[in-house]
Design a protein around this ligand. Structure first.
Ligand code: SF4
Length: 234
């Protein structure tokens, strides 16, 4: 318990995402600060960085922008590694217990989400208007199409598209959204998986969902509330 709390609290003011460290490791479990916070401290912890750089300290190192992903340093005390599913206990039967048949080529994990067949049971998180999503889209979309899963274009892609055309407050063209949908469709077999477009409230006001459905013939719209994946404390 104490070791875990200690490890956690040291994260509070020493984050690899922004390059901060604390002067000593036995930080206070409550504040995450060194027990002796000294005037002449030569280290840059979160407190010091925030003091000098303000809101910039909320985001990962600028030099990594567009070429990195970052995770929040959360610890929920319970994670997937705490689960061990013993399927046979629940009488779940797989392939016949025959060494000549129980080979990975014969594995079948096809599934369905809302009636859409999937080769493997995956629906990705949303890759939105971030630079890292834009730069890596081709690989993500082609990989998803070939794998037969659902990939999701995230929020605000059209709002960030400098080539978007907006008439009377409604979207009539988005080169970036079109590029993303087409990259998936080029390698899609038309049966397994699909591409979804996520829309937040601004996207809806802009008519992104109508544009995606009517002009790009997208089949799935995902409504978005709130914030979940970012390393900005949300
Ligand atoms: S400023 Fe204070 S809390 Fe931050 S590293 Fe230095 S001594 Fe520790």
């Amino acid at each position: 318990m104490s070791e875990r709390v200690q490890k956690n609290s040291s994260y509070l003011n020493a984050k690899s995402t922004v390059g901060t460290v604390t002067r000593v490791k036995d930080v206070s479990p409550t504040s995450g600060m060194c027990p002796l916070c000294i005037r002449d401290c030569p280290f840059l912890c979160e407190v010091g960085l925030s003091t000098f750089r303000g809101r910039e300290a909320l985001y990962p190192e600028p030099v990594q922008f567009g070429h990195s992903t970052a995770s929040a340093l959360k610890d929920f005390r319970l994670d997937w590694s705490d689960f061990n599913i013993q399927s046979s206990v629940f009488k779940a039967e797989g392939i016949e217990a025959d060494p000549d048949k129980a080979m990975f080529q014969n594995v079948n994990v096809e599934s369905k989400i809302a009636g859409i067949p999937l080769k493997i049971p995956i629906l990705t998180g949303a890759f939105g208007s971030t630079e890292v999503a834009r730069l890596n889209w081709e690989g993500l979309a082609i990989g998803a199409a070939l794998s037969g899963v659902i990939i999701t274009i995230g929020e605000n892609v059209c709002g960030m598209d400098s080539e978007a055309k907006i008439t009377n407050g409604k979207l009539t063209h988005s080169a970036e959204l079109k590029r993303r949908v087409e990259a998936f469709r080029k390698f899609w077999d038309g049966k397994y998986g699909d591409i979804a477009v996520q829309t937040n409230v601004e996207d809806q006001r802009l008519g992104v969902d109508i544009y995606a459905l009517s002009k790009l013939e997208v089949n799935i719209i995902e409504r978005k509330w709130g914030q979940g994946a970012k390393s900005i404390g949300s």
